[in-house]
Design a binder for this molecule. Structure first.
Ligand SMILES: Cc1ncc(C[n+]2csc(CCOP(=O)(O)OP(=O)(O)O)c2C)c(N)n1
Ligand SMILES: [Mg+2]
Length: 326
């Protein structure tokens, strides 16, 4: 959003809550990165810092009973949809109090009661599931929508194309939400995809496609709200592409040295939190002291989450087979 004054049409409280949610996701990621490097967390983690505006902007446009599918890079998606930092942190520690009872870990976070389908780490496998959920919503007449979060890499998988086509012909209430962060592991998008905007692929399925600045939470919110209205109104799916950047490596063992320095610098200058804070300060919606208050309250909540997670028990061995579909 170049015209900052447009932000005046939103409630200041709404804008501040968006900022706080983005700061929470950023600080959550930074904390778990430290915990991981200290050897406290099992497995690996895929961090999403840099992509906060997309997940928060989208989830602000949804109701609690709308359902998102979560990817392998899902901490921010889960927090934005309403999983609490405490239960998310406990999940990463593999504890019984975690959002998936400690059995999912970083790759499978989520919680159905807040509409966050636990993470599906198979790239693009969530697309047919999102279409399937949308088919169920349509058949029940429930007016819910599903949102399939996925990456740029996922849009080159067969499953993704089949899911879009099916959703299009059945006019299903689903939004395919592409977080285009330029990379699939080490592969730059331009080496595997010749359309400049992934959203253009929507044309092949006869559905609306839109590309927006994924580092601007209000732009994302506006576009997601339109897609949600379209879906709830029985008009079918939308492909919404949010252009953003993975500020770190693919996962914790990836220093991401394959990225050109200029590219990294250009995207760091467009950091979603920094840019949004600057806009809110320009409009005097927040002052520097408010930013500090927000950050401190987030840090206090995260310290409590860490304490909670560390102090929680592991699941009992006898519970290993519980919740297993047979
Ligand atoms: C079907 C499948 N192929 C390969 C992988 C290994 N893998 C995990 S994440 C990933 C990259 C996905 O890239 P993208 O969709 O852009 O998401 P991002 O990691 O950028 O969030 C790959 C290839 C996988 N999990 N599933
Ligand atoms: Mg990607």
């Amino acid at each position: 959003m170049d015209d900052v004054s447009e932000l005046r049409s939103y409630e200041p409280q709404f804008l501040k809550s968006i900022l706080k949610k983005m700061v929470m996701i950023r600080e959550f990621e930074l904390k778990i990165n430290r915990l991981f490097l200290q050897g406290m967390l099992p497995g690996t983690i895929h961090l999403s810092h840099g992509q906060e505006a997309t997940v928060v902007g989208v989830c602000e446009a949804l109701n609690t009973d709308d359902v998102i599918t979560i990817t392998h890079r899902g901490h921010g998606q889960a927090l934005a949809k309403g999983v609490t930092p405490k239960e998310l942190m406990a999940e990463l520690f593999g504890k019984k109090t975690g959002c998936c009872k400690g059995k999912g870990g970083s790759l499978h976070v989520g919680k159905m009661s807040v509409g966050a389908l636990p993470g599906i780490a198979i790239v693009a496998a969530s697309a047919p599931i999102a279409s399937g959920m949308a088919l169920a919503f349509k058949q029940k007449g429930s007016k819910q929508v599903s949102v399939c979060f996925h990456g740029d890499g996922a849009s080159n998988e067969g499953d993704w194309h089949e899911a879009l086509n099916l959703a299009a012909v059945f006019k299903l209430p689903v939004i395919f939400l592409c977080e285009n962060n330029l990379y699939a592991v080490t592969t730059h998008i331009t080496t595997v995809t010749l359309v400049p905007d992934i959203a253009k692929r929507a044309g092949a399925y006869g559905i609306p496609g839109k590309s927006v600045d994924g580092n601007d939470p209000v732009e994302v919110f506006k576009a997601a709200s339109r897609a949600v209205e379209h879906a709830r109104g029985g008009k079918g799916p939308t492909l919404l592409e949010c252009k953003t950047y993975r500020q770190g490596g693919h996962k914790r063992d990836d220093p991401a040295t394959y990225r050109p320095k200029e590219e990294v610098a250009a995207w760091l200058a467009k950091d979603p939190i920094k840019c949004f804070q600057e806009k809110l300060m320009k409009l005097e919606i927040v002052a520097p002291k408010d930013l500090e208050v927000i950050r401190q309250s987030v840090l206090v909540e995260l310290n409590e989450a860490e304490k909670f997670a560390k102090g929680s028990p592991f699941p009992e061995v006898e519970s290993a087979a519980e919740g297993v579909y047979a």
